[in-house]
Design a protein around this ligand. Structure first.
Ligand SMILES: [Zn+2]
Length: 417
């Protein structure tokens, strides 16, 4: 063992030493519900053995060193290791920005005024279509780099700002092509995000998506997503689109209960969707239904904050036994935030979640939503060596230090970013 090296770019096998602690959701199962969201495994102090990109051992320094005396040691300078964070709901494939619209909204402008000023989702669609394949690839990589700097090692990436054959597929190719550089991606086909202006009605647009885009999208994406809301798609339309997507082998997800309960929850449960996301408008009955199902509720507090909407009922969902995950919803219109630590902070201060629950919701349960909980979301032997290093005396600085920059080291499959 070559003790004392501080090089942060070793090969894919090494020993992380001088960790104040290694902190991870306890156990091996997924998804986590209820009290299991609060169980933490803590080694203090700790060392972690990484062998060929996977965690071989985590525990007390002497124990870990003993079994891996051949590995080079990397001094972590008294930082705390947590699992690499997993963002299971993001929209990184877009062009342009909506800063002017943000400012108008801050001054009280309503939807009509924003639309009249040239803002809204269709302004992003226009800018996205204008980027082309290489521009979209640059945009996605840039946005993934921002996420990685905050400790995210895996991100779902939705299309949904192209809304035509060419730009939807270009968005998915950009998301799939970026995987592993710098972080892992899970592409989702969100062609049914909004009805583009060249279509007179939603059904005609869905017909085009199902016939012309879905067959190719299914080769690039892992899931399909649809926005169930007034002015977007009804639950019936969403069901038609998602059933077609599932026949192509895609998992089903949906944006639901953001502004109103339109039947997204019932549809998600009926279809066996991976998740229903948002839930700001979910009432008592919806909470009960979700808790009795195998569908995850993905909560997006930044969208609620930036749109001045009520926060989703996280406490009620967890207490009822629902599968709860957290995500940024990173997008240019309603949630321009790429930081999961900020989301964890909002979960604790605005939604009544504990820091441990927030960590589990954007590690183990987020991995489960993305179909990766067998190898991602924990610091445990056999899992990928996806690790965030927190330069603070306590891992809870992730949530406690609002918009802090305490993540100072990020490792993906053993590779230092
Ligand atoms: Zn979204």
């Amino acid at each position: 063992m070559h003790v004392g090296t501080t090089a942060e770019r070793p090969g894919s096998s090494y020993l992380l030493v001088n960790l104040t602690a290694a902190v991870s959701p306890a156990g091996r199962g997924a998804p986590l519900r209820g009290g299991d969201l609060s169980r933490l495994e803590v080694h203090e102090p700790a060392a972690i053995a990484v062998v060929e990109g996977r965690i071989a051992a985590v525990g007390a320094p002497d124990d870990v060193k003993q079994g891996h005396a051949d590995l080079a040691a990397v001094d972590c300078r008294r930082r705390v290791a947590v699992p690499g964070l997993i963002d299971c709901h993001t929209h990184p494939a877009f062009g342009g920005d909506r800063a002017a619209e943000f400012d108008l909204r801050a001054q009280g402008a309503d939807y009509e005024q924003i639309h009249a000023s040239g803002g809204g989702i269709l302004s992003t669609v226009e800018a996205t279509r204008g980027l082309g394949q290489s521009g979209l690839e640059r945009a996605v990589r840039r946005h993934l780099g921002w996420m990685a700097a905050c400790g995210t090692t895996t991100a779902e990436c939705k299309s949904g700002y192209g809304l035509n054959h060419e730009a939807e597929l270009a968005s998915l190719r950009a998301a799939a092509g970026a995987s592993g550089d710098p972080i892992e991606t899970s592409p989702t086909f969100l062609g049914a995000h909004a009805v583009p202006p060249e279509f007179a009605d939603a059904d005609a647009y869905l017909d085009m998506l199902i016939a012309d885009v879905l067959p190719e999208a299914a080769g690039l994406a892992e899931a399909a997503d649809v926005f169930v809301e007034r002015g977007a798609f009804t639950a019936d339309q969403a069901g038609r689109y998602l059933r077609a997507a599932m026949q192509h082998g895609l998992a089903a997800r949906m944006h639901g209960d953001q502004f109103s309960e339109m039947g997204a929850m019932e549809l998600a449960i009926e279809l066996g969707a991976r998740s229903v996301d948002h839930l700001e408008a979910t009432g008592t009955e919806g909470v009960r239904r979700l808790a009795g199902s195998e569908v995850a509720g993905v909560l997006l507090p930044v969208a609620a904050l930036q749109l001045r909407r009520p926060m989703p009922p996280a406490r009620a969902l967890i207490d009822a036994g629902a599968i709860v995950a957290l995500a940024t919803d990173f997008n240019p219109g309603s949630a321009f935030c790429h930081s999961l630590p900020v989301v964890m902070s909002l979960a604790c201060t605005q939604m009544g979640m504990s820091a441990v629950e927030a960590l589990a919701a954007c590690t183990v349960n987020a991995a489960w939503v993305l179909g990766r909980s067998d190898r991602l979301g924990r610091l445990a032997p056999g899992y990928d060596a996806d690790i965030a290093l927190v330069d603070a005396p306590d891992w809870r600085f992730l949530a406690y230090h609002l918009a802090g920059a305490d993540v100072t080291g990020v490792i993906k499959r053993g590779r230092w970013l």
